[in-house]
Design a protein around this ligand. Structure first.
Ligand SMILES: [Zn+2]
Length: 87
């Protein structure tokens, strides 16, 4: 923290605690994915999410193959995308 004003209004999330609860599922140069095997609540909507995708680079195409509900947070310039399976 250097006292800078955030550049966007995205929520801030405590990712260290969050990631410690999740199961890493895969990684490539652009993204890292985690599965929420313990039903951690999404920091945005407070419902358990299915997977977390961490973007390690600037916005990238995610190739999402199915229709998903997403919540997005940001920390240290990285986007955190929480996916919720559509019912
Ligand atoms: Zn959510």
């Amino acid at each position: 923290m250097k006292g800078e004003a955030p550049a966007c209004v995205c929520m801030e999330i405590d990712t260290d605690e969050l990631l410690a609860s999740l199961t890493p599922r895969g990684e490539n140069p652009a993204i890292k994915t985690y599965q929420n095997t313990v039903s951690v609540a999404c920091p945005a909507c407070e419902k358990p999410f299915d997977d977390l995708v961490v973007c390690k680079q600037n916005p990238t195409s995610l190739n999402l193959s199915k229709q998903l509900d997403l919540c997005v947070g940001v920390e240290d310039g990285q986007a955190f995308i929480f996916t919720h399976k559509a019912d």
